[in-house]
Ligand binder design. Structure first.
Ligand SMILES: NC(=O)c1ccc[n+]([C@@H]2O[C@H](COP(=O)([O-])OP(=O)(O)OC[C@H]3O[C@@H](n4cnc5c(N)ncnc54)[C@H](OP(=O)(O)O)[C@@H]3O)[C@@H](O)[C@H]2O)c1
Length: 225
């Protein structure tokens, strides 16, 4: 029986992936800032988890340890877009807020859960990134309609964290997933993909035990860094 914890699973991509994985027999723990406000089916266990808060993450580790014992897969999914002003108008605090959730958060959560992951047979780390974080695609002009500093920078940093984890944790299978533009609150439900489409890569990564480690994937396959 596979056990997976998904951060930011109160709604959107995290909640939908939790539903799909639970339906496939995975024991899913849904990390939520407010577990009571989350819209989750009965077979998904909500767990209080704010990725920006050391005490919250430490309490979540204890809860996972006492309820399911070990963890096979950690999905770092929680993310925010921030206020998205033009680059020249963006303040340090606006950048800091996005990095705190999208970059420092995954480091905090990964570090805290690594012992529980390592207690499992084949530990897996899934990082939910975005192709807006691709240096290659951004530099080539593919995302000219996204002139904002904080969010793409945070996902570029998350990609590099993932590469470094893959290189330095040979026992852990690390996979980056790029959902694609998906209709959630994140983009005012303007995303062109359904939640099923937006969670295909995530669900496949959670179920994959073969790897190789250190790949960046979308539902279409390997994506550029
Ligand atoms: N939707 C897209 O088109 C798209 C495309 C590419 C990548 N992504 C990525 O996919 C991931 C999920 O996005 P989404 O579209 O599902 O967004 P969403 O509907 O806005 O959901 C974001 C989730 O993150 C949670 N969250 C935010 N800050 C948190 C914190 N400090 N601690 C714990 N949870 C926190 C939210 O919880 P609350 O309910 O408590 O606010 C919510 O559950 C993000 O990493 C995003 O960057 C999305």
């Amino acid at each position: 029986m596979t056990t997976a914890l998904i951060t930011g699973a109160s709604r959107g991509i995290g909640a939908h992936a939790a539903r799909r994985l639970a339906a496939q027999g995975v024991t899913v723990l849904a990390g939520c800032r407010d577990p009571h406000a989350a819209d989750l089916p009965e077979d998904v266990r909500p767990i209080a988890l704010d990725v920006t808060d050391d005490a919250s993450v430490a309490a979540a580790v204890k809860e996972v340890e006492s309820t399911v014992g070990t963890l096979d897969v950690l999905v770092n999914n929680a993310g925010i877009a921030g206020t998205q002003p033009e680059p020249a108008d963006t303040t340090p605090d606006e950048v800091r807020e996005v990095l705190e959730t999208n970059v420092v958060g995954p480091v905090r959560v990964t570090r805290a859960f690594l012992p529980l992951l390592r207690a499992a047979g084949r530990p897996r780390l899934v990082m939910v990134s975005s192709q807006l974080g691709s240096l290659d695609l951004m530099d080539s002009g593919r995302w000219q309609n996204y002139p904002h500093l904080a969010y793409p920078s945070s996902k570029a940093a998350l990609n590099m964290l993932s590469i470094m984890y893959a290189k330095t944790l040979p026992d852990v299978l690390v996979t980056v997933v790029n959902p694609g533009y998906t209709a959630t609150e994140f983009n005012g439900f303007r995303g062109t993909q359904t939640l099923d489409e937006g969670t295909d890569a995530l669900v496949a990564a959670v179920l994959d035990v073969d790897g190789p480690s250190g790949r960046s994937l979308s539902r279409e396959g390997v994506t550029p860094w």
